[in-house]
Design a protein around this ligand. Structure first.
Ligand code: CA
Length: 221
């Protein structure tokens, strides 16, 4: 029964949600709006949001980075778990998607924690590094455009403090990574980064089959 991770059948998945999902009202409302969004498939699943909230609590994170906001469900998840004097710098190129989530951030009372930066995430992260913020962040969630994942990983590794966490989303990429014929740029970028992190002695890591795959990385001191 336990020699490998059990595949989740639909009824067992429904049980998991029923037995464990805690979703504050503003998060639930934002999820329902996001499910109707034309790009709604890009959202994270609610149990992943809950897991990320728990990780923020467990690590006592106060400062966080997010690369790829979309409608801000993950943003709201992280912000809800940060302390009131916490700060989340949330990066997205698209101004319209985060605008969907902003009323819900307000409703949840965490809008002032979230510092939304519209523009290329790599440039935003570079500017933080230039401003001397290296080694100061407790937590980072990478879920932006996949072809730049390798760039974001290195930038976040610079910006996160020793002992800090980096989460990387979509590391199983809907199973496409195991198809050698799939050499699309995004697929290649995730595959290359997964291989790199697996052998990266600068970090401790674990890949989890939650959502579309989530790698948890702790920067070694
Ligand atoms: Ca994602």
């Amino acid at each position: 029964m336990s020699y490998k991770t059990s595949p989740l059948t639909e009824p067992v998945y429904e049980y998991l949600l029923k037995a464990s999902l805690r979703e504050p009202d503003a998060l639930r409302a934002l999820r329902e709006v996001t499910e109707r969004h034309p790009h709604g498939g890009m959202r994270i699943c609610p149990e992943q949001g809950q897991f990320m909230r728990l990780l923020v609590e467990l690590t006592g994170a106060k400062t966080a980075l997010e690369i790829g906001v979309f409608t801000g469900y993950s943003t709201l998840s992280v912000a809800l778990a940060l302390p009131r004097d916490g700060r989340l710098i949330a990066c997205d190129r698209n101004a319209e998607w985060p605008a969907v989530g902003q009323p819900f951030w307000r409703e949840a009372g965490v809008e002032d924690i979230i510092d939304l930066r519209i523009g290329k995430a790599a440039e935003t992260l570079d500017s933080l590094i230039r401003d001397g913020d290296s080694g100061t962040f407790d937590f980072a969630f990478i879920d932006g455009d996949k072809k730049n994942y390798g760039v974001y990983y290195e930038q976040c590794l610079t910006l996160v403090r020793p002992g800090g966490l980096i989460l990387i989303d979509n590391v199983l990429w809907d199973g496409r990574l195991i198809d050698p014929a799939d050499t699309e740029r995004a697929t290649d970028a995730i595959r290359t980064l997964n291989d790199k992190i697996h052998g990266d002695e600068r970090v401790s890591m674990c890949m989890l089959p939650i959502g579309d795959g989530l790698t948890i990385i702790r920067k070694r001191g």
